[in-house]
Design a protein around this ligand. Structure first.
Ligand code: TRP
Length: 342
């Protein structure tokens, strides 16, 4: 009998994102992006990476770099990346990234790369090491995304220009040859908070901040976290209220809201008539309580190097199976000879 049902297997959209293991992960990274990575795992076919090839565009101490990579991987697992649902791999362990990046470099214009504001900023900041990798960073990022035919890429505002360039490269290649790459859309994070420095709330919270009290790291000890919140810069109004000219309080409300799920009105009610001291302590304690299970799971995982390494291997293999298909198509279209090894 004829079978008329023609049910397509459900194809969830592919989401790709990456973070550099360039230092210890901050509360800003977590609330701004990583917390959403966890939430997106159910609705999407999620592929996540540690972009360690990008990290060496700024000089790294090898021992620290290795430690940061292990730490970041363990910490992201501890946060809730679920390897049953998602792929989470280390970029340098999937050679297709470097290979496609080279090809894409030849389809990316000097002028385009010169206009990237991150390149301009970073070459000022690291004036003694304006290397070619720093310049071609966006074509490696394009390779990361395009290898997986990603539909969506969650990125913060600082990476929007790179994503735009990725779209242009993909469209250009598709036009020159034939449809090869999915042209990805940016996924602007709904709950993607922008967390500011605790010491200068007009600046983004940054792991490279000179002032140790400006930035909370996810692996900070509870006492240190509380101390940093107690010293957070606020204003002289002494009223927990969201408003203009109250960047410090706004930022603390943002953090508290992200952690507790409360909106600003609820937070204002909760702290009505209470001083900043009490509020700052409450925010610090909420952060400590939220991070405790993550820190505990991290501590367990980081001691189990054999398990972590088995995850690296398995996930690099899964990623490579997808990436190698895209790369093979690209190589063929460009006109490279098929590679056969005897
Ligand atoms: N450049 C990104 C950052 O520093 C990290 C990154 C590398 C990335 N490749 C990516 C982000 C691909 C999204 C998609 O934040």
């Amino acid at each position: 009998m004829e079978n008329k049902t023609n049910v397509q297997p459900e194809r969830k959209p592919v989401i790709f994102s990456a973070i550099q293991p360039s230092g210890s992960i901050t509360l800003g990274n977590y609330l701004g992006a990583l917390k959403n990575w966890i939430a997106l795992q159910d609705g999407y076919n999620a592929i996540y990476a540690l972009a360690d090839l990008h990290t060496i565009t700024v000089r790294q101490d090898p021992t620290t770099f290795r430690k940061n990579t292990y730490d970041a991987y363990a910490l992201l697992l501890a946060m809730g990346i679920d390897l049953e649902k998602s792929i989470f791999f280390i970029q340098s362990q999937v050679p297709e990234h470097a290979q496609l990046a080279w090809v894409l470099n030849c389809y990316t214009q000097f002028g385009e790369l010169s206009r990237m504001t991150q390149f301009k900023d970073k070459s000022q900041k690291h004036a003694d090491n304006v290397n070619a990798g720093l310049f071609t960073y966006p074509s490696l990022m394009a390779a990361d995304i395009l290898l997986y035919q990603a539909d969506l890429v969650p990125v913060g505002v600082d990476q929007k220009q790179h994503l735009e360039l990725t779209r242009n490269i993909a469209e250009r290649f598709n036009m020159l040859y034939s449809p090869t790459f999915t042209v990805p859309d940016g996924y602007i994070l709904k709950n993607g908070a922008k967390i500011m420095s605790l010491q200068d709330p007009s600046k983004k919270m940054s792991k490279s901040d000179q002032n140790a009290n400006a930035c909370v790291h996810l692996l900070d000890k509870p006492d240190d976290i509380i101390r940093k919140f107690k010293r957070a810069v606020t204003d002289s109004e002494a009223c927990v209220r969201y408003g203009e000219g109250k960047d410090g309080i706004n930022n603390l409300m943002e953090i508290y809201g992200c952690i507790t799920g409360k909106d600003n009105a609820a937070i204002e009610r909760e702290f009505e008539g209470k001083g900043y001291g009490e509020f700052k302590l409450a925010v610090g304690e909420a952060v400590v309580d939220h991070l405790r299970p993550i820190q505990e799971e991290y501590t367990r995982l980081i001691q189990d190097k054999a398990y972590l390494e088995s995850c690296f291997a398995e996930n690099a293999a899964k990623a490579s199976r997808i990436a190698s298909k895209t790369l093979a198509k690209v190589m063929k279209k460009v006109g490279f000879l098929p590679m056969k090894r005897s």
